[in-house]
Design a protein around this ligand. Structure first.
Ligand SMILES: Cc1cc2nc3c(=O)[nH]c(=O)nc-3n(C[C@H](O)[C@H](O)[C@H](O)COP(=O)(O)O)c2cc1C
Length: 365
């Protein structure tokens, strides 16, 4: 398997902190200024990508703030110069023609730095309270497959005529297409069999929830063995990082966050009641104690700077090209990682204020 250079991204704080919601070191903040400033700083530090998760209502604390993913992604596209902006999308929420048009607009605003991440939803309340149908697990993927097939052709600039189970589209062509490439990049995040099949058929990058190296290797082997047209599938990994000078310091911080996260247990129970029990990723989450969302620390990126860098290199050798990282407190840890772990990954150390003024000047293709 040929693996592209390692890329590093950060989750935008769309619904506040990722590890614990009652942390004196990280007051709850899901505001636009916090999201904007985080992504701008990440870009200045040399991070390669940001992931803007999509939720119309905060999925953890429904009464708290939540950033709207697509309008925020458009604004981020206008404000940044280099970083890849990946916005998640749940097919039931937008007609494919409307979404494809939005994707191409952000692709144009960003001059070819936009990507979307198809995610097939787990939070029943987000849909049912709005009166939007929430199909059974595999029915959601059948809908998502038809939806993505249409979107992929539209964002490629094709004239689309389609008569399927859910959509009837005739002679529809969107303009302008991407100014610099065939189409925006397509990610897919999900673990079930229909998610894997759809990723192999129609996506460019399969996004994996944080989990141990051996499990990630098995998942990559499964995906890589599937028939596919075009370029080989690439792989991304979500992970929560706690990196310190020593392993002991990192573990102490892990236990601080774990103790704080325990205070969120009542809200997590309510969240579990809103979750579709057939979602496969929750079985993965149940296998480990961890902090962070989407697998969080289950990927094992808790340790000394050397250990974290070595483990990331091992994931990279296994096929992971993009790490989508979570930190808490977000901004200071983002800088710490850029200062101490970047150089151990063969990148310039950029976490110091002087270095931030001269970010790496590369573009994504
Ligand atoms: C990297 C990644 C990002 C995700 N982002 C979102 C998101 O923004 N919104 C959301 O509702 N679900 C998100 N999900 C969860 C997926 O929507 C999906 O519910 C989940 O993977 C369950 O599907 P499965 O049964 O195929 O595992 C994400 C999953 C992954 C792996």
């Amino acid at each position: 398997m040929s693996i592209s250079p390692l890329r590093i991204g950060v989750w935008a704080p769309v619904h506040g902190p990722r590890a614990a919601w009652q942390d004196p070191a990280e007051p709850f903040d899901a505001s636009w200024p916090h999201n904007r400033d985080t992504v701008l700083e990440a870009e200045a530090l040399g991070y390669d990508a940001t992931l803007v998760a999509q939720h119309t209502v905060n999925p953890h604390l429904p009464e708290k703030d939540q950033i709207e993913a697509w309008t925020a992604a458009a604004a981020l596209a206008a404000l940044t110069r280099r970083i890849e902006i990946i916005a998640a999308i749940k097919p039931y929420l937008y007609h494919p023609v409307v979404l494809a048009k939005m994707a191409l607009q952000i692709e144009n605003i960003s001059n070819g730095r936009f990507a979307f991440n198809l995610v097939n939803a787990w939070n029943r309340a987000e849909f049912e309270k709005a009166g939007i149908p929430f199909g059974a697990h595999d029915a959601r993927y059948a809908y998502g497959r038809e939806w993505l097939g249409v979107v992929e052709r539209l964002v490629s600039g094709e004239s689309v005529t389609h008569a399927g189970e859910s959509f009837r589209i005739s002679d529809y062509k969107l303009s302008p297409a991407s100014p610099v490439r065939a189409r925006p990049r397509i990610y897919l995040g999900g673990e079930s069999e229909p998610a894997r099949a759809l990723a192999a058929d129609l996506s460019d990058v399969f996004f994996i929830n944080g989990q141990p190296l051996e499990d990630v290797k098995a998942m990559i082997a499964d995906l890589a063995a599937r028939p596919r047209r075009g370029a080989p599938l690439a792989y991304g990994l979500a992970a929560f990082v706690i990196a310190r000078e020593t392993q002991q310091e990192a573990e102490d911080e892990y236990h601080r966050l774990l103790a704080l996260a325990a205070k969120d247990a009542p809200a997590k129970q309510e969240q579990a009641a809103r979750t579709d029990p057939n979602v496969v990723m929750i079985r993965t989450f149940a296998k480990s104690v961890r902090v962070g969302t989407n697998g969080g620390t289950a990927a094992g990126l808790v340790g000394s700077y050397d250990q974290v860098a070595e483990r990331m290199q091992a994931f990279h050798r296994a096929g992971i090209e993009l790490f989508m990282l979570q930190f808490q407190p977000l901004r200071s840890e983002l800088r710490r990682f850029a200062e101490h772990v970047f150089p151990r990954l063969g990148r310039p150390a950029t976490g110091t204020p002087a270095a931030v003024a001269s970010p790496r000047a590369t573009r994504i293709g």
